[in-house]
Design a protein around this ligand. Structure first.
Ligand code: GLC
Length: 632
C-alpha cells in the first residue's frame, strides 16, 4: 500500500506514479530527469509541494495515493520480438471531413469530396484513413457531439455515399477507420432527451444526472462548470466538454451493451477499426468526488484526477476489445490525454488486449507551456521525449507518431512562429515521422505544407473551445486584444481551415466569415508556391522509402550521442538497424549550422534522402535532415 509517507523513488516505480510525477513536473516546467536523482528519490511524496510552488493540497495527495492503490497492474516485460501487423506498417492520414474537400459547392467538405481524392491519397502512399466524425450531429463541436451514431451527417452525404467511400477505399487496397465518440453524446441524442424528460426512463441512468444542489466542482475542458442545469426539469447533468456533450455513465452495463452493439454494427459494415475519442475518460471514480483545487491550478482542469485514469478503465477497454474488436480483428487507437509512457504500456500491451495504440499529447508542448501560450517550440524537447518512449515502450507495445491533428495549431508554426525556415521544419518533421519507430499519422494538409492561419478576429473562428476560452479570458480581466492574441496562439481552428485544393475551395470555405481577400492570401501562400509541391514530393519520397525497407518500420532504434548530439546540442542522430539494412538519420533541430554526425565516415554510407540539395557533407544547415544507408 502506498501512503503519504511513501518515497518518491517507490512512487516513480509504480506505472501510474511514474506518469503522474512526470506530468506534474511537466506542468510545473521542471525537467523530468530530476526524478532520477537519488536524493530526490529518497524524499517523501510531500516534497512535490516544493516543485509545484505550494499549489498541491491534501485533497490532491489523497486522491493521488488512492489512485495508486486502486491500480496495482504492472506492464508486461516487452523484451520479446516485435510482432508484425498491418497497422504497424501503414501510414495513416487523418481527414477532418468538414474542411477536407467540398464536392457540391456548399462550402462544407463531404463524403463525395473525400471519394474524389482517394487516388490522390493512394498516390501519396497513404495506406489507411481516419475519418473524424461523420455521424448525425447538431455540430456544437463539429461532429464530436453525436445525435445518432447510425446516421450520416446530412451536410456530408448519405449512408450510400459512405458505403461507396468505404468500397472505394478497399478497392484501392487501403483501410478506413472511423471516430468513436463514446465518452459522451450530444444533448440532442434521444437517449439523453428521454433521460432528461422522464426520470423513470432507463436512460436516466445512461448519464450523470444530479440534483442541481448536489453537483461537484469539476470544470469543463471548454471553460466553466462541468454541469449544465435544466431549470424546467430541476436537474443537472455532467459534461466534461461543451454544454451539449453529455457524459455517459459507463458503469451502467446497458450503456456498455448499447455502445458495443453500435461498434459491432459498424465493424459488420466493413470499417477496419476506430480512433476512440478521449477514451481514457470513460471510467469515473464512483460518487464523482470533488476535484483538487491545486491540481486544477497546475493542470488547468478541476476534477481530472477522478477520470483520466479511472478505476475501471482497463476493465472497460478490455470489454470493448473482447466483445467487438477481437471478433472483427479490428484496429484501435485510443485518444488518451494525460496517459504517459508507463500507463500507455498498460493500455497497449498486446497481452492485455485493450488498445492497439494510443495518442498521447505531452510531446506537443514543452514543459511549463500549454497550447495557448505564445512561444517557440524547442524540438530538442521532442527529441528527448520521443527517445525515452522508443527506448522504454517495450516490444509488446507500439507507438503512434504525429505532430498535427484537428485539435492543435500546426507544429511547424509552433517551431517557427515568425514563419522563417518553415518549409525546412516541415520536411524535417516528415523525415523524423517516417524514420522513427512507430506508425505515422499524417494530418490533412501536412503534405501541402500548411501552416497556421492568420485569423484577425474572433468572428473568423467557429470553434466552441476557442469561444468558451475567449469568454473566460475576458471575465478574468484580459482586454479583447490580449484575449484574441492568446486564442490566436492555440486555437484548433488553425487545423480546420479548408484545404486549398483550388481557388474555389478556399473562397467557398466553411469559414464563411473570412473575408475574400484573406482567403486569397491563404491560397497564394499555400497553393501557388512551388515549395508546397516540394513538401508533397518530400512526403511521397519518404513514405516510399519507409515502404521499401522494413528496417524503417521494425528495425531497432539507437540514438547516437556525442559530437554535439547530446542533450544540450541541437543535433539528433539515430540509427534504425535490422538484418536487412542499417539507416542513419541526422537532423539539425536548430537554426545554427552544426557539424554533421557522420562526417568522418563518408565512404561507408550512401545518402538516400536529404532535405536540402547540394549541401556540404560535413555540416547540417538550419533544420536540415539527411538519411544515410550503410553500404552492405
Ligand atoms: C477529443 C476530440 C476533440 C473534441 C473532444 C470532445 O479531444 O479530438 O476535437 O472536441 O474530444 O469530443
Amino acid at each position: 500500500m502506498y501512503t503519504l509517507n511513501s518515497r518518491i523513488r517507490d512512487i516513480y516505480a509504480h506505472p501510474l506514479g511514474h506518469d503522474m510525477l512526470d506530468r506534474i513536473l511537466y506542468a510545473a516546467g521542471v525537467p523530468r530527469t530530476l526524478l532520477k536523482n537519488p536524493i530526490v528519490g529518497s524524499m517523501r511524496l510531500s516534497w512535490l509541494e516544493t516543485i509545484a510552488s505550494g499549489k498541491l493540497d491534501t485533497t490532491f495527495f489523497q486522491s493521488f495515493i488512492d489512485l495508486l492503490n486502486m491500480h496495482p497492474e504492472k506492464p508486461g516485460r516487452g523484451d520479446g520480438p516485435v510482432k508484425h501487423a498491418w497497422w504497424k506498417e501503414a501510414v495513416f492520414y487523418q481527414i477532418y471531413p468538414r474542411s477536407f474537400c467540398d464536392s457540391d459547392g456548399d462550402g462544407i467538405g463531404d463524403l463525395k469530396g473525400i471519394l474524389s481524392k482517394l487516388d490522390y491519397l493512394k498516390s501519396l502512399g497513404v495506406d489507411a484513413l481516419w475519418l473524424s466524425p461523420v455521424y448525425d450531429s447538431p455540430n456544437d463541436d463539429n461532429g464530436y457531439d453525436i445525435r445518432d451514431y447510425e446516421k450520416i451527417m446530412a451536410e456530408f452525404g448519405t449512408m450510400e455515399d459512405f458505403e461507396e467511400l468505404l468500397a472505394g477505399v478497399h478497392e484501392r487496397g487501403m483501410r478506413l477507420i472511423m471516430d468513436l465518440v463514446v465518452n459522451h453524446t450530444s444533448d440532442e441524442h434521444p437517449w439523453f432527451q428521454e433521460g432528461l424528460h422522464d426520470p423513470t426512463s432507463k436512460y436516466r441512468g445512461y448519464y450523470f444526472f444530479r440534483n442541481p444542489d448536489q453537483t461537484n466542482n469539476w470544470t469543463s475542458f471548454f471553460s466553466g462548470p462541468a454541469w449544465n442545469t435544466y431549470e424546467e426539469q430541476n436537474v443537472s447533468a455532467l459534461h466534461l466538454f461543451s454544454k451539449k456533450q453529455m457524459d455517459f455513465n459507463w458503469d451502467n452495463p446497458d450503456v456498455r451493451d448499447d455502445v458495443i452493439g453500435m461498434v459491432n454494427r459498424w465493424l459488420d459494415r466493413g470499417v477496419d477499426g476506430f480512433r476512440m475519442d478521449v477514451i481514457n475518460y470513460i471510467s469515473k471514480v464512483p460518487g464523482l468526488p470533488e476535484g483538487s483545487e491545486g491540481i486544477a491550478e497546475l493542470i488547468g482542469f478541476k476534477g481530472i484526477e477522478h477520470y483520466f485514469y479511472g478505476p475501471k478503465l482497463h476493465e472497460y477497454l478490455h470489454e470493448i476489445h473482447e466483445r467487438a474488436f477481437a471478433p472483427h480483428n479490428a484496429f484501435s487507437v485510443g485518444e488518451c490525454p494525460g496517459v504517459g509512457l508507463m500507463t500507455g504500456r498498460l493500455v497497449t500491451g498486446e497481452e492485455r488486449k485493450e488498445l492497439d495504440m494510443i495518442f498521447s499529447f505531452d510531446h506537443l508542448d514543452v514543459p511549463g507551456h500549454v497550447r495557448y501560450d505564445d512561444y517557440a517550440f524547442d524540438l530538442r524537447y521532442y527529441r528527448d521525449y520521443i527517445t525515452d518512449w522508443m527506448e522504454n515502450y517495450g516490444n509488446n507495445c507500439w507507438m503512434s507518431l504525429f505532430y498535427n491533428n484537428h485539435d492543435n495549431p500546426r507544429m511547424s508554426s509552433k517551431v517557427r512562429p515568425d514563419g522563417s525556415y518553415i518549409r525546412r521544419v516541415q520536411k524535417l518533421l516528415l523525415v523524423m515521422q517516417m524514420t522513427l519507430k512507430g506508425t505515422p499519422f499524417l494530418f490533412q494538409g501536412d503534405e501541402m505544407g500548411l501552416a497556421n492561419y492568420s485569423f484577425t478576429s474572433m468572428d473568423e473562428i467557429t470553434d466552441v473551445e476557442a469561444h468558451g476560452y475567449h469568454k473566460e479570458l475576458l471575465e478574468k480581466g484580459k482586454t479583447p486584444e490580449e484575449a484574441f492574441s492568446i486564442i490566436l496562439s492555440g486555437t484548433r481552428e488553425h487545423a480546420r481551415v479548408p484545404l486549398p485544393w483550388n481557388r474555389e475551395s478556399m473562397k467557398e470555405s466553411v469559414l464563411q466569415m473570412t473575408p475574400a481577400e484573406r482567403a486569397e492570401k491563404h491560397i497564394t501562400a499555400f497553393l501557388d508556391q512551388k515549395e508546397s509541391e516540394e513538401i508533397r514530393t518530400a512526403c511521397r519520397r519518404l513514405i516510399a522509402l519507409r515502404k521499401e525497407y522494413s528496417t524503417l518500420i521494425y528495425g531497432d532504434f539507437h540514438r547516437l550521442m556525442g559530437r554535439g548530439y547530446e542533450e544540450s546540442g541541437y543535433g539528433f542522430a539515430y540509427e534504425r538497424r535490422s538484418d536487412e539494412a542499417v539507416f542513419r538519420v541526422e537532423c539539425n533541430l536548430g537554426e545554427k549550422t552544426i557539424p554533421a554526425y557522420r562526417s568522418k565516415e563518408n565512404g561507408r554510407w550512401h545518402l538516400v534522402y536529404g532535405t536540402l540539395r547540394n549541401r556540404k557533407a560535413e555540416e547540417l544547415g538550419p533544420f536540415e535532415a539527411r538519411i544515410w544507408k550503410k553500404e552492405q
